[in-house]
Design a binder for this molecule. Structure first.
Ligand SMILES: [Zn+2]
Ligand SMILES: [Zn+2]
Length: 193
């Protein structure tokens, strides 16, 4: 079901995809679980064109090969590190750095494939990755979600990520360190439901 990996070398600035989306929900996170409810990734359909504009751009980023890109026109509602077991597995790392944006504030370009799993709140967590280079880029479902979770490692300027939260910290391995200064939650902050 997965596409063959492409040649990801030196493709920055070579965007040719024309699908754009305005988006939506959040795809964080369930605390711990097995992978029993893994659903297969599906490609987003192409959408109508909607050019990104430079005037209001706040953040931009995308996947390793450059085929899946995004821009935001606002600052995130929240940002931090997620230490849940699903993020650990999905990323192969100790945590995922996330920036949560209102769906209306993010625009995507290119194709994405999705992986669905059960979310911490019983809903569906949807993680999106580039079908060419397989980079994880964002969480949420375009057209359905009211917010998106951009994975901050995909930012063009990662220095602009300013984490303030550490969520789902309770089950993390000892080596998944929490930087000083973050507000730590065993699971989710109540306000973020
Ligand atoms: Zn998570
Ligand atoms: Zn890519």
């Amino acid at each position: 079901m997965f596409l063959a990996a492409g040649n990801c070398a030196g493709t920055a600035g070579a965007l040719t995809a024309t699908a754009f989306w305005l988006v939506a929900p959040r795809a964080i996170c369930r605390p711990r679980s097995g992978g029993q409810d893994a659903a297969l990734a599906v490609a987003y359909p192409s959408g109508a064109s909607l050019a990104m504009t430079d005037d209001a751009k706040q953040h931009s980023g995308g996947c390793l090969c450059g085929a899946l890109r995004y821009e935001t026109v606002a600052e995130p509602m929240s940002q931090g590190h997620c230490y849940c077991a699903d993020c650990r597995k999905a990323s192969g790392s100790g945590f995922v750095p996330f920036m949560n944006f209102r769906s209306a504030d993010v625009r995507f370009r290119g194709e994405a494939r999705q992986f669905r799993s059960r979310a911490w709140n019983g809903g569906e967590a949807v993680r999106n990755f580039c079908p060419i280079c397989m980079s994880l880029v964002f969480g949420g479902e375009i057209g359905l979600s009211d917010s998106f979770t951009i994975y901050a490692g995909s930012l063009d300027d990662p220095s602009r990520f300013r984490p303030t939260l550490a969520i789902f910290a309770e089950g993390r391995p000892a080596w998944a360190l929490i930087p000083p200064g973050l507000t730590v939650f065993d699971r989710m902050p109540a306000a973020q439901g």
